[in-house]
Design a protein around this ligand. Structure first.
Ligand code: ADP
Length: 363
């Protein structure tokens, strides 16, 4: 046991007097400052104060051991953190460099290059996947733009060549005025069909981009379908096609009347165009489960399974229908207009049996 030396009692006596005989706890420092002690003082009888104390030497020793241990641990932690930080930063830089390198290669024209997505940091892996997806999309767009350009070039070349041919004939040969008049009419017709084609392409692009969209209106769809049937009846009669039209007396529809007119016209015109003489074409409209449904059914030449996924693409024409007039924009326009009115267009078809085009509109 170590001597405590003399303990200052003045503070204890003052607190005991003030606290009405409650014991007083104190932590005192051994006079030579070597260790601390915890002490309790209490009044145990008249003029008798009992003081009991316990040294904190052992607890201080433990504290010292913990302090040293924590200091060492913190130093190790700092070293490990610095290393991990450096490693992660390095990996992020390397992965980002791979993305930058691919972007550079693509800007130099290698559109089929992709960033490798393996063993990267999670965030960079996500960035690389999104980057690759964006590249896939760009490549598809570029391919379809090229296809469209090729098609436009091809479809513009033929009428332009005909116009040039007519102009050349007027220059190289002497003809009666009547023939010159006919040539002028042919030139105008060729120009009109070119203007039509360009306007249709602009309409499709605008509808797909959702710009210049006319406001919705409420109109009678039954009346619109009836008008279309009456307009095309002479065409059907000429081919001795049975044209069946079924729709309710009135069918209120919310959409853009002019767009709907062109959608219905295009689909009905196709059904009649691609159905041989004495065939049957039917058009019906109804409301099913809150949707307006219009069905165009024909028993014409049909569309092969190979062609079906492409028929809504711009300028796409199936080989079997090349003998008919058309430039391959009718279905693209119908799809773009239907979708711009919250609708969709579905098709089922089988070769030589016929086709069914179904329009569905949420109302
Ligand atoms: P087109 O001006 O050639 O009619 P569309 O875009 O309207 O252009 O149609 C694209 C192609 O889809 C047509 O060339 C034709 O091959 C096919 N097609 C469209 N409608 C029908 C139909 N009712 N029956 C058979 N083939 C069709």
């Amino acid at each position: 046991m170590r001597p405590w030396g003399s303990v200052d009692k003045t503070e204890v006596l003052a607190r005991l007097a003030a606290d009405d005989a409650d014991p007083v706890f104190q932590t005192i420092v051994q006079p030579r400052g070597e260790f601390k002690a915890r002490m309790i003082s209490a009044v145990v009888g008249p003029g008798i104060i009992l003081q009991i104390g316990e040294t904190l030497e052992e607890a201080d020793d433990y504290l010292e051991i913990f302090r040293r241990l924590f200091s060492i641990l913190i130093i190790i932690l700092i070293i490990v953190s610095v290393f991990i930080g450096w490693y992660l930063a390095r990996r992020a830089v390397v992965d980002m460099e791979a993305v930058t390198l691919t972007a550079e290669e693509i800007s130099n024209g290698s559109y089929d290059r992709r960033v490798k997505v393996t063993g990267q940091l999670k965030e960079i892996e996500k960035l690389s996947t999104t980057f690759n997806k964006m590249l896939d999309r760009i490549q598809i767009l570029l391919r379809s733009m090229k296809e469209i350009n090729d098609n436009i070039a091809h479809d513009l070349r033929s009428p332009l060549a005909r116009i040039r041919g007519i102009a050349e004939m007027t220059l190289v040969s002497e003809k009666p005025v009547e023939e010159y008049r006919d040539m002028a009419v042919s030139t105008m017709e060729e120009c009109d069909s070119l203007i039509d084609m360009i306007n249709t392409m602009l309409d499709i692009t605008e509808a797909e981009a959702g710009v210049n969209g006319a406001a919705d209106e409420k109109f009678d769809l039954a009346a619109l379908i009836n008008e279309a049937c009456e307009l095309f009846r002479p065409v059907a009669d000429e081919k001795r096609i049975k044209l069946d039209c079924h729709f309710p007396a009135t069918l209120l529809f919310r959409g853009v009347r002019k767009k709907m007119q062109r959608v219905v016209t295009n689909l009905l015109e196709n059904a009649l165009k691609y159905t041989p003489e004495q065939g049957t074409v039917g058009i019906s409209a109804s409301v099913r489960n809150g949707e307006v449904v219009i069905v165009f059914k024909d028993n014409g030449i049909g569309i092969s399974e190979k062609d079906l996924p492409h028929i809504f693409g711009r300028f796409y024409r199936c080989d079997r229908s090349r003998s008919q007039s058309g430039v391959g924009l009718g279905l693209s326009l119908a799809k773009a207009f239907a979708e711009s009115m919250r609708g969709m267009i579905l098709v089922t078809s089988s070769i030589d049996k016929g086709s069914t085009f179904t329009l569905k509109f949420a109302q």
